[in-house]
Design a protein around this ligand. Structure first.
Ligand code: WT7
Length: 654
């Protein structure tokens, strides 16, 4: 074992209890956590029913908590009626209407705020506009927007009228956008002329036009927000400016009260096959967990300023930007641009300027910001910070310690939150005032969530530090309801492995001597690049769609900042390129994947070979390819290879 490994293990055994001050001011103290945990253990359903009654303003109260007649298609609070936007906005107006809801900062530094009253009015005006264009409850609306306050306004406006939004990350390509519009059968796209990112313009409306040029017959209108002001094409009769749509509309809009099971949104995510899955979330159960975790995990208090840096294109931007913190009545920060624009101090400058007290970001961002050196954060006033969080991938203890020392000044607890697009809300995390944290551990499941580790047979793994499948033993309110249009795939992907006994997360994990969980990574062929899930199959499908490519295999390789980088093996049509030709073909294929899927899916490295190593049954030997990509010694059996000398090509030696 190298010294470095040894050091990591020593760090991991360290434990950091919250300060007495932090605990004294926390919403959940150790005794509260104990009480919640035993209440949930005593009666799972009554626990969630009590919280659902207390936390949600119901239009019609529910009478049945959990309906498991069609398990694993569980239903929660199904006969209750409510509206999400009403629960995020209207409920605060009487006592807190003038409280700041959103502090927005554009990439160029301009900033403005919206009070809860102003935000509600903006949401209502847009909701009225959408209704005027014929959008009704249950209709799907695709959002393809920059990270602006209007992105949240658009989500809330959809929720207000019961329309189902599907946010497509602005960094995804026109083709990805088209696939998602068609899969959802969307009626409308809400976009912007463009967005600002790293000093460049992201041409969102152009990409929308390209997406809509083929198929997409269900789209009736495109609503366009003025953001960059550059010239774009507007299609007569189809396209309408946001500003014109809301002009003269009332700032009151009666919410559409829907069943708790009514779909609030779809969000597409990667799986181990080529086609992205439209993860379908509910209204009532989703609201409950998003709100509760905002309070329990982020300890939101009245004077907090909460900044979750995630884009609304990801689940984190749904649960901890657009919904959870607003339901909890918090003040949030939204920043439009790149984390390191114009320099590596941008995040810290925003924290200083707006007095951020709770900061939630991804390990990949922490590692990238670490690279700029300690002086950058040290030259900013971060004294208002009191709680830090991470999400998206395992955080290495070195980055955790840096976050703890340099950003948190050893004063701020770090909540390492484990969850997924599918879980809707945080599942495992420290409850910061009530327990000690450890570097690299998401600690324990929050009250009401039954997380466990099981072996191949589905039996619990009891011994400490033994790996297994991470599973959830009982349904929970914010769980995904299905995969849009493909319930069989829902059952197969998440429930079949152990015959419906558990929800299977697709991650492997261990528990240490204290029962603290540590996530080891994905079990399936899914990459985690900068905290975003990408299916190896998606990248492979994009590569083989190119004329020059016969076959492709994609694997992940550890990367210092991104977590994993994408490494592609490609069998080209005709002669295998070498030298300059290989470099040129690499450029062509990287650009191609960028167009097909978006820039984050571009392979970092492509290696050309005459064929790929396969098992006797014809399966590509991915494990072998992974070993080679990492430059590790091959220990697998390679005797089945049709051509041993291929190994030298794969290693890049010939
Ligand atoms: C996958 C889910 C949930 C928001 C962002 C990602 C990995 C997530 C952690 C964490 C270790 C983590 C898992 C998970 N992951 N949080 N705190 N520690 N790994 O959402 O795209 O649905 O990805 O991200 O592998 O399954 P997602």
């Amino acid at each position: 074992m190298s010294d470095k490994n040894l050091e990591s293990i020593l760090h991991e055994s360290r434990s950091f209890p919250p300060s007495r001050d932090f605990t004294a001011g926390a919403r959940i103290k150790p005794a509260d956590l104990e009480a919640l945990t035993s209440e949930a253990a005593a009666d799972h359903e009554s626990f969630w029913a009590r919280l659902a009654r207390e936390e949600i303003d119901w239009h019609t109260p529910f009478t049945k908590t959990l309906d498991d007649t069609n398990a694993p298609n569980y239903r929660w609070f199904a006969d209750g009626m409510l509206n999400m936007s009403h629960n995020c906005l209207d409920v605060h107006l009487k006592a807190n209407g003038d409280k700041t809801a959103i502090i927005f900062e554009a990439e160029n530094g301009d900033s403005h705020t919206l009070s809860y009253r102003e935000l509600t009015a903006a949401v209502c005006r847009l909701a009225n506009g959408l209704r005027a264009l014929g959008v009704q409850a249950g209709d799907r609306v695709v959002l393809y927007m920059p990270m602006t306050a209007e992105a949240v306004i658009a989500m809330q406006a959809c929720a207000r009228i019961g329309a189902v939004h599907s946010v497509v990350f602005g960094g995804f390509s026109a083709k990805s956008l088209r696939d998602r519009i068609m899969d959802a059968g969307a009626k409308m796209v809400i976009t912007a002329d463009g967005g600002h990112r790293g000093g460049q313009i992201v041409a969102l409306k152009d990409a929308t036009d390209t997406a809509l040029a083929e198929g997409c017959e269900t789209i009736e209108h495109v609503v366009v927000l003025h953001c960059t002001g550059h010239d774009i094409n507007m299609v007569e009769g189809r396209d309408i400016w946001w500003s014109e749509l809301v002009d003269g509309r009332s700032d009151q809009c009666e919410p559409e009260f829907v069943s708790a099971e009514h779909p609030l949104f779809l969000l597409y995510t990667s799986g181990s096959t080529g086609k992205p899955k439209g993860i379908q979330h509910s209204t009532g159960g989703y609201l409950l967990n998003a709100k509760l975790t905002s309070k329990w995990v982020f300890d939101l208090n009245d004077d907090d300023v909460f900044w979750c840096t995630a884009d609304v294109g990801w689940i984190t931007g749904h649960s901890y930007v657009a919904y959870g913190p607003l339901a909890a009545g918090a003040t949030i920060v939204i920043y439009e641009g790149a984390p390191t624009y114009p320099d590596g101090g941008r995040f810290w400058k925003i924290c200083q300027q707006h007095g951020v007290t709770i900061f939630y970001t991804a390990p990949t961002a922490i590692r990238a910001l670490m690279k700029f050196g300690d002086d950058v954060p040290l030259s900013h006033d971060l004294s208002k910070l009191r709680l830090l969080g991470t999400v998206g991938e395992p955080i290495n203890p070195e980055a955790w310690m840096w976050y703890h020392r340099i950003i948190g000044k050893e004063r701020c607890p770090i909540v390492d939150t484990w969850w997924q697009t599918e879980t809707g809300a945080i599942m495992m995390s420290p409850v910061p005032g009530a327990m000690a944290t450890k570097p690299g551990s998401c600690t324990r499941a929050i009250p009401g969530i039954a997380a466990a580790i099981v072996d191949e047979q589905g039996e619990p793994v009891e011994a400490p530090n033994m790996g297994g499948y991470l599973v959830i033993e009982k349904p929970w309110p914010s769980m995904l309801r299905t995969i849009w249009g493909d319930n069989d795939r829902y059952i197969e992907t998440y429930w079949e492995k152990f015959n419906g006994r558990y929800y299977v997360a697709g991650d492997s994990a261990i528990r240490d001597e204290d029962g603290y969980f540590r996530i080891m990574g994905r079990i399936d062929d899914v990459l985690n690049v900068s905290g975003h899930r990408l299916g190896t199959m998606e990248v492979e499908s994009a590569l083989v769609a190119h004329d020059l490519v016969v076959e492709a295999a994609v694997v992940g390789r550890p990367h210092e900042i991104k977590g994993e980088s994408i490494f592609a093996y490609v069998v080209p049509r005709g002669e295998r390129p070498v030298g300059e030709d290989a470099a040129a073909m690499t450029r062509v294929l990287r650009d191609w994947v960028g167009e097909e899927l978006g820039a984050i899916a571009k392979p970092d490295e492509i290696r050309f070979a005459d064929n790929l190593p396969k098992t006797r049954s014809g399966k590509i030997m991915r494990r072998l390819l992974r070993t080679i990509a990492r430059g590790e010694e091959i220990t697998q059996d390679t005797s089945t290879l049709e051509n041993e000398s291929i190994l030298d090509q794969l290693r890049g030696e010939k």
